[in-house]
Design a binder for this molecule. Structure first.
Ligand code: TXA
Ligand code: MG
Length: 322
């Protein structure tokens, strides 16, 4: 990413967004992971409007976004483990699942009736600006229609939801490009519910042993973190993994310098084999290949190290039968 993008929005636009939130409206906004579709988490009708705009099944809990850990203390009970993780990684691409406070004003639709809340403190300067100005809890799933790939540019949001929501704030392409790491720290040990840019290795350095991501543990995963349904991140074309050669009509999602020949269309996630660059490019590449004349998409294998685990998680969901 050579271009530079705005680090702030002007006050008139900020006030417009905050006013929409104060009146139960929806605003799509950039974060460092993916674009979010935000509404006031205390307003049941506003939260219901998120589900309607996304065509999203209601049983998925939503993440609550706030500007600072201090603000989140109004809504959840922090643990020593959560404090340590926050000191190391927040603001940033990490969501903490914590016990909901009994006096929390968060609407039950946000937690899907459960006793916990996912709290996220995004680092993106425009997300920070908006959340500070709002000074409250914003429930925000990724700003895509349910079952589709998460948006990493304002143009993606426009294509998915432009006719359904009043405001999309453009903050340029998302730097991380994959949804936040979600960890359950409501108990004494840590469980990764969704892999992301804050990797298992990074978490273990702060929190000690990390339980296996239920994403790879089958059925139980869907119960712990309902957004983790197998085919959650789906392009429309069939996606084949670990390709080493191409069959006629296939587009190639490549990685690294040694690329098989014969694709009708090719996008290399990182020609130098850089996993962080690959993560940032993944969703835009899947969208572009999905829109290409190819009949199917073949993806080269990605190393299962660091953020590679999160890339492979999204790719295996995108290739799951549906
Ligand atoms: O990076 C992100 O996290 C983005 C940006 C917009 O912040 N948001 C996002 O939201 O990806 P969404 O709704 O698409 O995914 C939220 C994930 C789902 O897998 C959901 O099940 C899980 O977080 N989740 C949320 N609250 C939870 C809770 N209380 N307990 C367990 N899982 C929870
Ligand atoms: Mg999503």
């Amino acid at each position: 990413m050579n271009q530079s993008y705005p680090q702030a929005i002007d006050v008139a636009l900020q006030d417009h967004a905050v006013s929409l939130w104060n009146h139960g409206g929806l605003v799509a906004f950039p974060t460092e992971t993916v674009y979010g579709l935000g509404a006031d988490a205390r307003n049941g009708e506003a939260v219901a409007a998120i589900f309607t705009a996304k065509d999203r099944p209601r049983f998925n809990p939503l993440i609550v976004h706030v500007a600072t850990p201090e603000i989140s203390r109004r809504y959840v009970q922090w643990s020593p483990l959560a404090e340590a993780l926050a000191a190391a990684f927040l603001p940033g691409p990490l969501t903490l699942v914590l016990p909901k406070r009994p006096d929390s004003e968060i609407h039950d639709l946000v937690s899907a009736g459960g006793a916990t809340l996912g709290i996220r403190i995004p680092a993106h300067p425009i997300a920070q600006q908006l959340l500070r100005a709002f000074d409250g809890p914003i429930a925000a799933p990724s700003a895509n229609r349910s079952g589709r790939i998460s948006p990493t540019t304002a143009a993606h949001v426009q294509a998915e939801l432009g006719d359904r929501i009043p405001l999309i704030i453009d903050g340029g392409p998302c730097q991380v490009g994959l949804e936040s790491t979600v960890v359950d720290c409501s108990g004494e040990s840590l469980t990764v519910l969704r892999s992301g840019a804050i990797t298992r290795e990074m978490l273990a350095r702060v929190a000690g042993p990390v339980a296996d991501a239920p994403a790879s543990a089958g059925e139980g995963a869907a119960l712990l973190s309902p957004g983790q349904l197998a085919s959650h991140y789906a392009p429309e074309k069939p996606l084949r993994l670990n390709a080493t050669s191409l069959t006629p009509g296939e587009a190639l999602l490549a990685f690294g310098p040694n690329v098989p020949q014969g694709a009708v269309h090719i996008i290399n996630l990182s020609a130098t084999g850089d996993l962080i660059e690959a993560a940032a490019n993944l969703f835009a590449a899947l969208r572009a290949l999905d829109a290409s004349p190819a009949t199917a998409i073949a993806a080269m294998s990605i190393p299962q190290t660091g953020i590679g685990e999160a890339i492979n998680d999204r790719l295996s969901r995108a290739s799951a039968p549906r």
